[in-house]
Design a protein around this ligand. Structure first.
Ligand code: SF4
Length: 186
């Protein structure tokens, strides 16, 4: 099975508790005004990769958990479920950011199986007028659902809002619910 991804970050501290392997799945049709990541919207953007390859990278990363983001990760439900199943099989925790509400996810064909493989879900559309950008929530309407006892509210709240990482090749990666903005001076 293949997934279409926007990006992968093997060890992020700003996408859930602890060091996390983050997969931004490509594609979103939900159209929240003010979305901070519009380049993730086209379904034909990003690049394709085998889920088995992502699962191998997850295991090699040493991260304590998998975080799914997007785009809307559950607009590729089969790939998302396969990734969550791989994470669980490796004993890793699982977290997802979704623009769908919990009830909308339950109504998706694979929704109940997806939810059964999640420890934490942050659900709901981004509402620019209720911008929050803290504690993993982009806006006030979104909810943090602790679907298992693996993490506490305090664990989630301790996640930094922003992160900056510089790769060995000089690439600068900005992530988090309130990512920093770079100003380039020459
Ligand atoms: S669900 Fe997420 S990616 Fe999709 S438009 Fe809303 S904020 Fe953007």
């Amino acid at each position: 099975m293949r997934a279409r991804v926007h990006g992968v970050e093997p060890r992020s501290r700003a996408n859930g508790p602890g060091a996390r392997f983050v997969v931004w799945l490509q594609g979103c049709t939900l159209g929240c005004p003010g979305c901070f990541n519009p380049t993730t919207h086209p379904a034909d953007g990003g690049h394709e990769i085998e889920v088995a390859e992502l699962a191998a990278q997850l295991e090699a990363s040493g991260a304590e958990g998998l975080s799914l983001s997007g785009g809307e990760p559950f607009q590729q439900p089969a790939a998302a479920l396969a990734l969550l199943e791989a994470a669980r099989a490796q004993g890793k925790s699982t977290l997802a950011f979704s623009g769908y509400t919990l009830d909308e996810l339950r109504a998706l064909p694979l929704g109940e199986r997806i939810l059964a493989h999640l420890d934490v879900l942050i659900d709901g559309r981004y509402v620019a007028g209720e911008r929050l950008a803290t504690g993993l929530r982009g806006s006030e309407n979104q909810r943090i659902r602790l679907l298992t006892s693996r993490y506490s509210e305090a664990d989630v709240a301790a996640t930094p809002e922003a992160e900056i990482r510089i790769s060995p090749t000089g690439e600068v990666i900005l992530t988090g619910v309130d990512p920093l903005k770079l100003k380039v001076l020459r």
